[in-house]
Design a protein. Structure first.
Length: 258
């Protein structure tokens, strides 16, 4: 019965809101093959330096960092696309997060990441072993406005590709933050201070002693978000997760700025 309702719903949605390619308005898909071919999906991994990041060979390096950014808490970053250069990339991400709120774009965007994993040689079993995916949480107000957390939607689609489990209730946002866009590096850090925490429900209590975070021990965590700009959000979350016992914390985003 639910299947029929779902089919009718999809039929009506497509009737009133037909799917168009965001690049060329061709009907049927959000990103047609021709427009996808224009996007330059990254074949490499780059370090976390804000300026002139270095290409990293993960066959030779354990982490996705160079000497200059080695003190970062994040172990490295996977991203499919450079953010600034392509109007289409910006459009894909914008419509995923803002009106008309195309939640379904998560599928299209996750496939771009899948292609990045494939062509950058990251589709190896040992990259994803003992790993979990954690979407960067949204604060309640934003979640209410948007109706979904775009990072969580993306993580759910990545689960289907990577078979790495998603845990959306571990990291929580406990403070409403200002939009990072207008802020300087220092202000961003201040803005994010104490903004995230480990969900207290995830702390285990045994014999009256709080044995927090055993869950993370030995695990490799992949934080999932839509865009990486200065990296301060990921850095803050990686710090919390590492203090909680996570072995490594990596980032996965659709696009990287800079
Ligand atoms: Zn197109
Ligand atoms: Zn670097």
């Amino acid at each position: 019965m639910n299947k029929i309702v779902g089919k009718i719903k999809n039929f009506l949605l497509e009737l009133f809101f037909p799917i168009f390619c965001l690049g060329c308005r061709r009907e049927g898909v959000y990103l047609c093959q021709d427009c996808k071919a224009i996007l330059e999906i990254s074949e490499f991994q780059y370090c976390l330096c804000g300026k002139n990041p270095l290409k990293i060979n993960l066959e030779l390096n354990k982490y996705g960092k160079c000497n200059k950014c080695s003190d970062k808490k994040l172990s490295g970053l996977y991203f499919a696309l450079p953010y600034k250069e392509s109007a289409l990339t910006r459009k894909l991400i914008h419509q995923f997060k803002y009106q008309p709120y195309i939640k379904d774009l998560a599928k299209t965007l996750a496939l771009l990441l899948a292609e990045h994993f494939l062509i950058s040689g990251s589709n190896k079993e040992d990259v994803w072993r003992d790993s979990i995916l954690i979407p960067i949480p949204l604060d309640k107000k934003k979640l209410k406005n948007r109706g979904y957390n775009q990072a969580e939607e993306l993580a759910k689609e990545l689960f289907k590709i990577l078979k790495v489990p998603v845990f959306s209730d571990i990291l929580i946002k406990i403070k409403t933050t200002l939009s990072q866009v207008e802020l300087s590096g220092k202000e961003r850090e201040q803005n994010l201070k104490n903004a995230f925490a480990i969900n207290p429900v995830r702390n285990q209590i045994s014999n009256g002693v709080k044995k927090s975070f055993d869950f993370f021990r030995g695990k490799k965590i992949f934080l999932v978000d839509d865009v990486y700009t200065t990296g301060s959000t990921m850095e803050e979350c990686a710090n919390i997760l590492k203090k909680a016992g996570a072995k490594q914390v990596w980032g996965i985003v659709i696009a990287r700025e800079g």
